[in-house]
Write a protein that binds this ligand. Structure first.
Ligand code: ZN
Length: 151
């Protein structure tokens, strides 16, 4: 009888501790305009976020073919390469080179009035590393980029 009580107690403690360590999804919203701008120059995500959910909204009116936007996360040192290789990938591939391992997360390319969401685990990110977000639509990344801070 004592043993049973002990097991019940242990499993309760285990359930409580795993509930405490549950995923923390941190939500971020960012918008892009017909003026080729993001409304944020920096996104900061706390170290205890296990997942990040980024919602990109296109507040303009122009279609994706003319003024498409996506939200792409990469190391700051990879930003230029991701942008230049993405340029040739075309709209059907969301202006991201197929299998580009430098792309840590990305939404699809959207046009005016649309929205897209991407959710990713922070386990792929390292504290102290410099990350950036950008739009890989051709010609956009010089204006549409910002710092992504984790930790
Ligand atoms: Zn764009």
């Amino acid at each position: 009888m004592k043993t049973i009580r002990m097991i019940a107690c242990l499993s309760l403690a285990f359930a409580a501790s795993s509930a405490f360590a549950a995923d923390k999804v941190c939500k971020v919203e960012i918008s892009g305009t017909d003026q080729m701008q993001f409304d944020k120059k920096e996104i900061a995500v706390a170290a205890d976020c296990t997942e990040v959910e980024v919602t990109l909204k296109h507040t303009g009116k122009l279609p994706a073919q003319a003024m498409g936007h996506n939200w792409v996360l990469a190391k700051t040192s990879d930003l230029a390469g991701v942008a230049s290789d993405g340029m040739g990938a075309g709209l059907p591939n969301d202006y991201i080179k197929k299998g580009d391992a430098r792309v840590l997360a990305h939404t699809k390319v959207i046009g005016g009035g649309q929205a897209a969401t991407v959710k990713f685990a922070t386990s792929a990110l390292k504290k102290g590393e410099a990350y950036s977000f950008l739009c890989t639509f051709p010609g956009h990344s010089s204006l549409m980029k910002g710092a992504f801070k984790f930790g």
